[in-house]
Design a protein around this ligand. Structure first.
Ligand code: GDG
Length: 747
């Protein structure tokens, strides 16, 4: 996989996350920084030191801002650095910390994003503390940041921060990554209106917003639209004068670290010890104590398996390690007692003096122990009821350098989107889990190896280093695209520029789209007429300059609207052309219309399925309009469905194309478009002033066909190739008036 990496490093990398990348240990009265071994830390290191280090200024340590505990407060800032990182700890008042972290983060955002709304607590004091905590981090960042630095904010604890940075430092490059699931709008909307808006607006302060899966990115895009009114196209979101992007970047692991562990002698010894102690099939699970991890459901599935398969009694054990976490919270304590009890009951009901079905440990493991368990076990049971990604399953797969082992994976983990060769289960379904355990235990080794190989290749190709490189490559590309994507609205100075170019030129050509540009969009297309003011202005302009109407309309309609004008016309998206002399229409090609018979019935079906939609049968095309459908969201979905079906259904040799226009899908022959027909007009003379204006997706062909020097203008705020935007159709007449005035002075 190759990525775009810029040659010119700009600034430093500033990571902002809840936790700092190291712990402080005290030895002989001296403080020592011990770097965390987590994936994010080494991934970040690869950005400032490894093959991707050209992304940032050379020889600069990574700056890392996060919350510090009491050990940090005792340390001097000068000591808070290692060879690679400089830590900037932020301290919170104990009460604020509690309301912020235990409260808003873990009693509200965490359960909500993991689809446990009944556990969510909506307290005002939590929200206030969340603000204070984000502001405290921001104040520290202000002391650290320099122009050109890139800020990368992590996770649900800091959703307000990107907007704070954007407001103070509008030009700063900001990335944001959300490590947990982003829920569907139906769940996110449970938050109070002002809270959900500030969270979404907060995140939208970033340039690039990353999620683990495409689903989460889509949920976020929809939420951003419904909560804050920002529309998106192809993952790009238009926010006033800039463009942000939300996309999927599935986090991964340091593949080689886990793959290499298999042949590490110390790990090999530990593996032998395990196999000696448990001389039968081993099923392994490890996770933090959390209701999202599905620990109780896993035990139910295992119990069901023991019930279904007595032949396996005495021949397997489930080694279940639960790592202590948040156990000061009452909910977590209750969950722990429930786990203790369930394990006890299973062992009592099915075990014997010689055999314990569940070996349960409530503790954390060293890396050696963990790798030994990964490589010793026959089956890994990863069954979260919700998980942003889940790295344990990727680590298990990477560790199996021997090609053995079976992964059972919950469909609710983000990782399931990438690891389709695992046995995918619904963790809430005990029978499904039990059946998968049985299948895993009898899976032949060649089958295990085949599945492992495919999953291992995939994780090796997209490891945590590729993940960071991918994120920053996208960030740089977005930076380069900004100018093209940015919506520059026509203002006084650009209008003046156009006017003076107009006045100083001698041979001018102007292209105008009709619907949505010269005439407002109205429910009945037959009554979309130009306001008198616009009609007069166009007449005045066309008397002096070459003026061309470029429309999707049929020729009869255009003839009626521009009767008596000295004007060129392009109808049906370029299929028909009428030159300035107004003599006759020319058909762009020999349009064989037989294809219509096969398309019309599909369009009519969608008229039935989407009340309010209608079909327009034009001379050279068919159009399915949905501008009159009341429920816009529903209509847009139906349009996408129809688009998809047409793409599948239409035979390639029909040479048809589908134009996804403004509330219309139009099907026509491929060999022409608004741009190709406009070019023929352009070639008719050496023009020194060229202007093209339109509102529709099909007008992008027109803009693309224009030379660099042309003034291209998009009506509306959708993404466009045009140089300028005008907010809405109402703004067009002002521009025409300026041109017509220029026109008058020239006359
Ligand atoms: C979030 C999201 C997303 C666990 N116990 C021990 C231990 N671990 C290591 C594992 C693994 C990591 O912790 C846990 O990975 P998860 O993916 O489950 O991550 P979360 O901490 O829940 O955090 C999650 C992740 O962010 C990344 O974006 O995947 O969905 O919730 O690396 O190996 N490591 C050792 N001993 C243990 O006892 N050595």
């Amino acid at each position: 996989m190759s990525y775009f990496l810029p040659n010119k490093p700009q600034g430093r990398l500033i990571i902002v996350a809840y936790r700092l990348p190291f712990k402080i240990e005290e030895k002989n009265g001296q403080t020592k920084m011990v770097q965390n071994s987590g994936g994010l830390v080494s991934a970040v290191l690869s950005l400032t030191k490894g093959p991707n280090s050209t992304l940032f200024a050379p020889h600069q340590k990574c700056q890392w801002i996060g919350f510090g505990d009491s050990e940090f407060s005792a340390a001097d800032q000068r000591d808070l650095q290692t060879e690679d990182f400089v830590a900037h700890p932020v301290f919170l008042d104990k009460q604020i910390q509690e309301n912020y972290y235990e409260g808003f983060c873990n009693n509200l955002l965490w359960p909500l994003c993991h689809y446990f709304p009944s556990l969510a607590r909506f307290e005002d004091r939590y929200y206030q503390a969340y603000h204070v905590a984000n502001e405290a981090i921001f104040s520290r960042l202000v002391q650290v940041i320099r122009p050109g630095d890139v800020v990368w904010v992590h996770d649900y604890q800091l959703m307000l921060l990107p907007a704070m940075v954007r407001a103070r430092f509008p030009e700063q490059k900001i990335g944001f990554f959300f490590h947990i699931p982003f829920p569907s709008f139906e769940v996110f909307r449970l938050l109070p209106v002002s809270w959900r808006k500030s969270l979404i607006d907060g995140v939208l302060g970033a340039d690039l917003i990353g999620f683990h899966t495409n689903d989460y990115a889509e949920y976020f895009l929809k939420t951003a639209w419904l909560v804050s009114g920002y529309n998106n196209k192809l993952h790009y979101i238009h926010i006033e004068n800039r463009v942000a992007k939300a996309d999927a970047f599935p986090i991964s692991i340091d593949f080689e670290k886990f793959a290499g562990a298999y042949s590490d002698p110390e790990i090999g010894l530990a593996r032998l010890e395990i196999k000696k102690a448990l001389p039968f099939k081993i099923i392994f699970s490890v996770d933090r104590l959390d209701y999202s991890k599905g620990i109780i459901h896993r035990l139910r599935g295992f119990r069901q398996f023991l019930h279904n398969c007595p032949e396996w009694h005495g021949r397997i054990s489930l080694v279940m390690v639960v790592v202590p976490s948040r156990d000061t919270i009452e909910q977590y304590q209750q969950m722990k007692s429930e786990i203790d009890q369930t394990v006890g009951t299973i062992n009592a009901d099915f075990g014997s003096i010689n055999w314990q079905p569940v070996i349960y440990q409530y503790r954390s493991m060293t890396f050696t122990e963990l790798s030994a368990m990964y490589t010793a076990s026959d089956v890994a049971l990863v069954t979260p009821v919700r998980d942003g990604m889940n790295l344990v399953c990727k680590e298990y797969v990477a560790s199996r350098a021997d090609g053995k082992g079976v992964l059972i994976l919950s469909e609710m983990a983000g990782a399931a989107a990438e690891l389709g060769e695992a046995l995918i289960i619904n963790p809430l379904d005990a029978q499904d889990t039990a059946e998968a355990i049985r299948t895993a235990l009898v899976m032949p080794e060649p089958e295990q190896a085949k599945r492992m190989q495919l999953m291992r290749d995939r994780i090796r190709d997209y490891d945590v280093f590729t993940w960071t490189a991918d994120f920053f490559a996208q960030m740089n590309m977005l930076d380069m695209e900004q100018n093209r994507l940015r919506q520059t609205y026509l203002n006084d100075s650009s209008t003046k520029l156009i006017r003076s170019a107009y006045e100083s030129s001698s041979r001018r050509i102007l292209f105008f789209d009709y619907d949505g540009t010269l005439a407002p969009i109205v429910p009945d297309p037959a009554s979309a007429f130009m306001p008198e003011e616009i009609k007069t202005l166009i007449r005045r302009i066309s008397e002096r300059d070459t003026t061309v109407i470029v429309s999707g309309r049929d020729r009869g309609f255009l003839d009626r609207q521009f009767h008596g004008f000295k004007i060129g016309m392009i109808a049906e998206h370029g299929a028909l052309v009428k030159d300035l002399d107004q003599q006759q229409w020319r058909l762009n090609e020999n349009c064989d219309m037989d294809w219509k018979q096969s398309v019309l019935p599909i369009l009519q079906t969608y008229v039935q399925r989407c009340p309010g939609a209608f079909v327009e049968d034009k001379e050279t095309s068919l159009a399915w309009h949905y501008r009159n459908v009341e429920d816009e969201l529903y209509a847009t979905r139906r349009a996408q469905e129809l688009l998809w079906q047409l793409k599948i259904y239409l035979q390639p040799d029909l040479n048809l194309q589908i134009l996804d226009g403004n509330k219309v899908l139009e099907i026509k022959k491929t060999d022409f478009n608004k741009g190709t027909s406009a070019r023929a007009f352009l070639e008719s003379g050496p023009y020194d002033f060229i202007l093209a204006i339109g509102d529709d997706v099909t007008d992008e062909d027109l803009f693309r066909a224009m030379p660099e020097s042309a003034f291209t203008i998009k009506v509306g705020d959708d993404m466009s190739l045009a140089r300028y935007h005008i907010k809405n159709q109402g703004g067009v007449s002002q521009l025409l008036a300026v041109l017509a005035r220029g026109n008058d002075q020239l006359n």
